[in-house]
Write a protein that binds this ligand. Structure first.
Ligand code: MG
Length: 172
């Protein structure tokens, strides 16, 4: 059985993952409206990944005999100045999520809940990847600057991104 403290923290993380999903869906919708369908595709896949993150925590809580509590999801912005602004917000947001995962990890150690700590290892690595990807796209968008053709080509490239079910969920 999972401790109430860990259960509350995981429920808060489930909410944070759904908020992330909502944020990226909003970004996807913004870029659909702007005619940047490749960038929109990238964010729509990000949306699915965040839902999967929430689901991994949901499945984990169930497997430990815990109770899943779905709290209201806060509103998200609906417009961004530019692709660079959206990816800058993405990186800032992922850094916050990394801090949340780290806090959860520290709590699991404090509570001597080593099963939860182990489950979080995948998320620790996932956050490294999330931050690296966002940073890489920011760097490239800075190089693109106001070159329309370069932005068109990057948009085409991001159109090719496909969704892969994250491994902890695929294994379920
Ligand atoms: Mg996430």
């Amino acid at each position: 059985m999972i401790s109430p403290k860990i259960q509350d923290a995981i429920n808060a993380q489930i909410n944070a993952e759904f908020w992330s999903a909502y944020l990226y869906l909003a970004m996807g919708m913004h870029f659909e409206a702007e005619g940047r369908t490749g960038i929109a595709n990238w964010f729509r896949i990000q949306f699915k990944e965040e839902q999967a993150h929430a689901e991994i925590f949901i499945n984990y809580l169930i497997s430990r005999g815990g109770r899943v509590e779905l709290k209201p999801i806060e509103g998200v912005p609906s417009a961004w100045e530019s692709p660079l602004a959206a990816f800058t917000d993405t990186l800032a947001h992922e850094e916050k999520v990394t801090a949340l995962i780290n806090n959860l990890y520290a709590l699991a150690i404090e509570e001597k809940d080593y099963a939860t700590r182990g489950k979080l290892d995948w998320f620790v690595s996932e956050q490294v990847e999330e931050e690296e990807t966002a940073k890489g796209l920011i760097d490239r968008l800075k190089l693109v600057g106001d070159n329309g053709l370069a932005l068109f080509m990057l948009d085409q490239e991001l159109a090719a991104r496909v969704y892969n079910v994250p491994s902890p969920l695929a294994a379920k």
